[in-house]
Design a protein around this ligand. Structure first.
Ligand code: SAH
Length: 419
């Protein structure tokens, strides 16, 4: 089968880890039944069964593998049950009787095969993107010989040892694994917030290459898993457009867009972030790549843009890559107002012929919402915009079509017409 994504076969790697005693006994699998109302969504491929969709509770520890059945008794597959979570069952899209090391080797191997197809030979990339890799609640990022894992569900959390064993099997050259389990999502699953090295040795800072640049990041104190891998392809797009321009990179973190623009010949690139640690890391990254046309400042972007306006400053290119403004639909109005303000001010600061690079990682905000904001705000400040590029999260963050929740990054590039 030449066209299927077949991972290579793996020798099981014995790392001498003790199995978690609570899960080493073979239990007869418990069955949990759905109310008929929500069956359609699950049959069409969604992987989350909500607490309200179930006809009864089960008295089993969080993270237990259970079989989900329709009201008429047909199996919908097996998944991790957590009575404490609103998402009561996270389906694994399989009939597996136990999710042990062999299961994780297979699934992580398939995920890795897809990455080698879509982004081959990268040092930094997302190996496992939760639901999109049929591993709901698990994120694995790779930075060369180091791996960072995030467990966002009880089912994944209690199988930490098996996941580590599987990772060492799929990545036999791995030197160290860090867990970065600080997301608030864990609190909603009844899990504690923890981080630290879980296997091997990990230096305080590690280096990897992205788009021809050497990046140094801190896997434990850095944000997310150390770096925002999802903008990789979009940074290359910015590099293409940056030559000879003055570039203001707003919400720069460790320097991603500004460094790419500076390396591609921007006349000057300035990155702004409110985190002192991020600004320090970004400054080191500019030095590491010998980029003297690139500097970084700690500031609140909203205040800084207003100051630039008051000072009559103007830019050839402005990049906006703010953090998520809303985690759920309830906070959507506030998020849209935030995007409107940011984009309006940035448009006022751009020279004719300038370029606005605008992004939103707020999952409930759609590309249409963002486009609509630009439509209204550009009319308001009397700027005629031409859309020249639209992007999304890089392909190592694939979108599972049946789960719109897996699509979150919007990325639009506009040119301000000179007329
Ligand atoms: N553009 C980055 C990723 C941005 S993530 C890259 O390419 O890697 C969002 C960043 O916004 C974080 O680094 C966070 O510290 C910063 N941030 C959040 N609120 C801010 C604010 N009001 N002003 C400036 N930076 C802010």
């Amino acid at each position: 089968m030449a066209h299927t994504l077949m991972p290579r076969s793996y020798e099981l790697h014995d790392v001498g880890l003790k199995p978690d005693a609570r899960y080493s006994v073979t239990l007869v699998m418990q069955i949990i039944t759905m109310r008929p109302r929500e069956e359609k969504r699950i049959k069409e491929g969604h992987l989350w069964v909500n607490k309200d969709d179930l006809s009864h509770d089960l008295d089993v520890p969080p993270g237990t593998l259970v079989r989900v059945s329709t009201f008429d008794g047909a199996s919908m597959g097996t998944g991790f049950y957590n009575p404490l979570s609103k998402i009561a069952v996270r389906l694994l899209a399989c009939e597996e009787e136990e999710a042990g090391t062999a299961f994780f080797v297979k699934r992580i191997g398939q995920a890795e095969a897809l990455r080698q197809l879509v982004l081959p030979n990268e040092e930094g990339y997302r190996v496992v993107y939760g639901e999109a890799d049929l591993l709901s609640g698990l994120i694995i990022d790779r930075y060369g010989d180091y791996l960072v894992m995030q467990m966002l569900s009880a089912g994944m959390d209690v199988r930490k040892q098996q996941i580590i064993e599987a990772l060492l099997t799929v990545f036999p050259t791995c030197k160290g694994i860090v867990e970065k389990n600080m997301s608030q999502t864990r609190t909603r699953e009844g899990l504690e917030l923890v981080d630290g090295v879980v296997w091997g040795n990990v230096p305080e800072r590690i280096q990897f290459m992205e788009n021809g640049l050497k990046l140094e990041i801190d896997l434990t104190t850095g944000q997310k898993t150390g770096y925002f891998l999802d903008q990789k392809v979009n940074r290359a797009m910015v590099a293409k457009l940056a030559k000879g321009r003055t570039v203001l990179d707003c919400f720069c973190n460790v320097g991603g867009f500004a460094l790419n623009a500076a390396a591609a010949g921007a006349s000057m690139a300035i990155g702004i972030d409110s985190s002192a640690l991020a600004v320090e890391a970004a400054t080191r990254n500019a030095e590491l790549n010998g980029l003297s046309n690139c500097t970084f400042e700690k500031a609140n972007v909203f205040d800084l843009l207003r100051d630039h306006l008051a000072e009559d400053r103007a830019w050839d290119m402005i990049v906006l890559d703010p953090p998520s403004f809303a985690k759920h639909r309830g906070a959507l109005r506030g998020a849209l107002a935030g995007y409107a303000e940011l984009n309006r001010t940035a448009l006022k600061l751009l020279k004719p012929g300038g370029i606005l690079v605008t992004s939103s990682c707020t999952q409930p905000v759609t590309e249409h919402d963002l486009m609509d904001i630009l439509y209204r705000e550009s009319a308001r400040v009397r700027r005629r915009l031409r859309l020249i590029y639209r992007g999304a999260q890089a392909p190592d963050h694939p979108v599972l079509l049946a789960m719109p929740e897996t699509q979150y990054l919007k990325f639009l590039v506009f040119e301000v017409a000179e007329a």
